[in-house]
Design a protein around this ligand. Structure first.
Ligand code: DX5
Ligand code: ZN
Length: 222
């Protein structure tokens, strides 16, 4: 089955929040495909970020690209509803944060968004098995979530290859997204292992030229 087109999704976690709308517009005009919207609740993860109102204000500011909402919150269902109402395109959540994974996936679908599950580095691919048929995307964390700017955990590469095999055998177009520590020097390996959707925070927003940063990520795809 042919691989899906590659996507670069800058994580707003590393953006300058005092001018978020402008930052998002700049990365989009610099070649970003999606925006990755990290939601942290100071409970499921230690950090606290932004909620549905901020997503809605980006939509109100005419940002019309896909917004990929990554929920690092527990529980998930109320926020799924709020983000669906606030313009989210895809919504991913961590299975351990939902009381009923099947229902949360169904809820995302019923509300017109695309569902995905996120696995932390220490969570086995086996957890996905009962749900894979229903998913638009699987997000593999290559750091423990909570903060931007961490180092990519190298063991993620073999996990990506294993998931790529599972997805290919299913003959279903499920996006394989990777999040955490992605940069110019490792995106070739991540892409070669079979990922097609690449989140990058510090590798884009901490650079002076977003065009150069995004281009050098894209230049290094396999
Ligand atoms: C980590 C977040 C990531 C993170 C990526 O908890 O889910 O999206 O911000 O940032 P970098 O690319 O700097 O690791
Ligand atoms: Zn994320």
């Amino acid at each position: 089955m042919p691989k899906l087109p590659n996507i670069v999704a800058p994580s707003i976690l590393s953006a300058d929040f005092s001018k978020l709308g402008q930052e998002v517009k700049e990365v989009l005009s610099a070649g970003a495909d999606w925006i990755h919207f990290d939601v942290m609740d100071n409970h499921f993860v230690p950090n606290l970020t932004v909620g549905p109102m901020v997503c809605k204000s980006l939509r109100d500011a005419d940002i019309d690209c896909p917004i990929d909402v990554h929920l690092m919150v527990e529980p998930v269902d109320d926020l799924i509803k709020m983000f669906a109402d606030s313009g989210a395109t895809s919504i991913t959540f961590h299975p351990e944060a939902s009381k009923n994974i099947e229902q949360s996936i169904q809820l995302i679908q019923d509300l017109g968004c695309k569902p995905g599950l996120v696995l932390n580095p220490d969570v086995s691919l086996k957890v996905l098995e009962p749900f894979l048929q229903e998913l638009y995307m699987v997000l593999l964390m290559s750091v423990f979530p909570g903060f931007g700017g961490q180092d990519f955990i190298p063991e993620t590469i073999s996990k990506i290859s294993s998931l790529r095999k599972i997805i290919d055998e299913m003959q279903k177009d499920i996006r394989l997204e990777v999040d955490g520590g992605i940069k110019e020097s490792n995106i070739f390996d991540v892409s070669s292992a079979g990922a097609d959707t690449f989140v990058a925070g510090s590798a884009i927003f901490n650079k002076s030229s977003y065009v150069d940063a995004i281009q050098s990520l894209k230049n290094n795809f396999n």
